[in-house]
Ligand binder design. Sequence first.
Ligand SMILES: [Zn+2]
Ligand SMILES: [Zn+2]
Ligand SMILES: [Zn+2]
Ligand SMILES: [Zn+2]
Length: 401
Amino acid sequence: MASAPQNPTTAAAGDALRVADIPGRGRGLLAARDVREGEVLLSEPAVLLYPATLASLSSYCAACFRSLPAAAAAASCASCRAAAFCSPACAAASHPRLLCAALSHGGGAGLAAAAPTEAVQEPLLFLLCAYSLPEPSLGAILSLSSAPPPPPGAQDAATLHVAVAALAPQHMLPAGFSPDLTVALLAKDRGNSFAIMEPYRPGMLLELLKARAYAVYPRASLFNHDCLPNACHFDYADRPGPGNTDIVVRALHDITEGREVCISYFAANWRYTDRQRRLLEDYGFRCECDRCQIESRWKDDDDNNGDDADDAMEEEGEEDGADGGDDGMEEEDGTGADDDFPHAYFFVRYLCDSEGCWGMLAPLPPLPNGELSHVFECNLCGKLRKEEDVVADEGTTGMAH
Ligand SMILES: [Zn+2]
Ligand SMILES: [Zn+2]
Ligand SMILES: [Zn+2]
Ligand SMILES: [Zn+2]
């Protein structure tokens, strides 16, 4: 704890955050002091890690979720033979005991039969791993905020509960195992689990990038959403060394003490209606952030006033920007005084310009001598971009959040 940070991208920054009740928004995290751009605000280990799909088991270490080396046969799980480990240390750490037992059931065929599709695998794998946790960790998950009831058609909790009971030996199930606890746990998964993505390989379509695993971080789950966030999260799953699945949250820009620190729960280029739908379905609220207030007016104009060509163009401009045409968008806005699109600067500066990547760019932490790094890192493809390569309109640099 007291040792000097070894790696600036994973170093904890002390008490940069404090929990607060925010009127109308529930609990959230505020900057506990003035924060500089790039600073690590939070570095937190997962309380729960689980594979995203059954297919994840053949590609990633069952303990640390690093990509498995090509010849991983030597390290398959001695109990279930269906999971593999990247190292003797991970083999010794093993993987969640109920998942291991379920994979042993009928040689793994039992789990595959109970969860034929990825849509079923995700909640079933979550339950098997959550029910494997010791009491305090299970309690930490149950203390998180609950997602709203699942939409009709979602995998129903009763069926999943029966599947867990059938796959896991009775003596291994925790004392509180019940249909109600299963419902409660599932409501924590949706809305609190962070995806740890597959590694990016040059040339791959980032839209198709899938999660390799999901992870629950109790403190990070307190971050509220903003469609123009002032922080973003990273994982470094394939990095060597301990803590590879820790979540790392860094400040996009300077944040004044007392301001709320927010992340975006999805790619920042999503359209207004898609953002609102996701936030309502999975998190149970309507977003009224600065950006949504402006974009909701675009929507009204489009609906109520068909001849409002300017506003229609503005909306097009935003999509073009999301497609990588940021420069043109900036020039179109020209004066920088366009009240309908005050966040153009945000997209230019903080959205990755790699083709097809809508990752977010956050500055690397300040250097040990206190100087800013002036290097931005994408949280999805990992690209590093020098600040001087960012085309920024000097007239719109007044980001004040
Ligand atoms: Zn491993
Ligand atoms: Zn196993
Ligand atoms: Zn919003
Ligand atoms: Zn990127």
